[in-house]
Ligand binder design. Structure first.
Ligand code: ASP
Length: 404
């Protein structure tokens, strides 16, 4: 009872911090130097969360796998997860393309003096190769999520085998203690969220004030319409038809992680909170949540895919180039695959965009058209990315037989 009311109070503090940050940020639109004084608060908060990420993901996944009696489950969980990730991502690109075809946000935009230098982006094969670490400690120290997942899976499976010979119990107990410790620390850090929100949002709002937003308002609105449609229709339907969670239950549990994704623009930063909320509030098993969520934070980017669909057509419209249906199909394909290679960090979607534009011969300079408002779109992208990961965890948990 007491925890419930203190949690409610926490949520209110965060909402108040968000509103306050918007007001203060707007007031500081012409005093960005002052707005930047708040930035360290946000950086410290994100650093603290990232600090628990590797030990939390690692210990949780090792324990999850070590508790499985049937190793075929690992394959089943993996296969289903990747299938849902790919399908929802492809649907997201299509939603983006359809809305952009209907609302044509790029028509009539003045394109002058654009310059953009494309950045290298890893292709899918590089991403797959990079899963296999050549050094366990390096992988953990660098926080390379795909490698951490790989190592944790192997160690978890090895622990199961050791346990059959009556060995490994003490290591397992240590890992369990590490997990409990990290969950507790994550909860402490979450109490600092209102301060983190202030530090992240005031500089963002000050830098992206009305004068920056207005010229590109149409594409922002179309993008957020896509975000709403994808979250309500695609995720709503998945929850309704594939799990027993109500949307209200899901949102109540996941709101802190979704909000953190929104203000931080980083799926990776939201990961520890997502893990804690899915496990403790939604009751998703460790084996599923600690596999699906870190994997999702790295490769599942539905928000990014929505953005690719909308922005590629937006650029075509702005440059007066028509994108035929087969070319839009290529956008779906590259948008889906390139989203896999994007990292869960702020601004990753922009790098993906140059790959997608390139694939259909659209000018790379188009990125510069949209780059100025990227933070605003990134907030919606990351919110959607993190929500998609959590919905997938719910669906997979039920499908493999344990979840609600
Ligand atoms: N910021 C996003 C994320 O962390 C990635 C993107 O830019 O689309 O999920």
């Amino acid at each position: 009872m007491k925890t419930g009311s203190s949690e409610k109070r926490q949520v209110w503090y965060v909402v108040i911090a968000l509103l306050l940050s918007i007001v203060v940020g707007l007031a500081l639109e012409n005093h960005q130097d002052i707005a930047l004084y708040f930035k360290p608060l946000g950086t410290i908060y994100i650093n603290l969360i990232k600090m628990v990420m590797v030990p939390l993901v690692f210990s949780s996944l090792v324990l999850g796998v070590a508790s499985m009696s049937d190793m075929r489950r690992v394959g089943k969980i993996g296969g289903l997860t990747v299938l849902i990730f790919l399908c929802t991502t492809a649907v997201a690109v299509v939603i983006g393309l359809v809305l952009s075809n209907i609302f044509k946000p790029g028509l009539g935009l003045a394109v002058t003096n654009l310059e953009y230098e494309a950045k290298e982006m890893p292709n899918v094969l590089d991403t797959i190769t990079a899963i296999f670490p050549d050094n366990i400690l390096n992988a953990l120290l660098q926080g390379n999520m795909l490698q951490v997942i790989f190592i944790a899976l192997i160690i978890g499976i090895a622990l199961v085998k050791l346990a059959q010979g009556g060995k490994g119990a003490s290591l397992r107990n240590v890992i369990e203690d590490v997990f409990n410790l990290m969950i507790l620390i994550t909860k402490w850090i979450m109490k600092l969220t209102p301060l983190g929100v202030i530090g992240l949002m005031i500089p963002t709002v000050a830098q992206n004030g009305i004068s920056v937003i207005l010229p590109l308002l149409k594409v922002i609105l179309v993008f957020y319409l896509a975000v709403v449609i994808h979250n309500v229709v695609v995720y709503g339907l998945l929850l309704k038809t594939r799990t027993k969670f109500s949307v209200g239950e899901f949102l109540k549990a996941m709101a802190p992680a979704q909000l953190l994704a929104f203000v931080s623009c980083s799926s990776a930063a939201a990961l520890p909170v997502s893990m804690q909320r899915t496990q403790e509030e939604l009751g998703i098993s460790k084996e599923v949540s600690s596999f699906v969520l870190p994997l999702g934070a790295t490769i599942n980017m539905d928000g990014n895919a929505l953005y690719q669909g909308i922005v590629s057509l937006f650029v075509a419209q702005a440059f007066g180039i028509s994108l035929t249906i087969p070319m839009q199909f290529v956008v779906v394909l590259t948008g889906t695959l390139a989203s896999i290679g994007a990292a869960g960090v702020p601004g990753a979607g922009v790098i993906v965009l140059s790959t997608v534009l390139n694939s259909v011969g659209l000018p790379i300079e188009g990125v510069a058209l949209i780059a100025g408002i990227d933070r605003i779109l990134d907030m919606g992208r990351t919110f959607t990315n993190v929500t998609g990961d959590a919905v997938t965890a719910c669906v997979v948990d039920r499908a493999v037989g344990k979840g609600k």
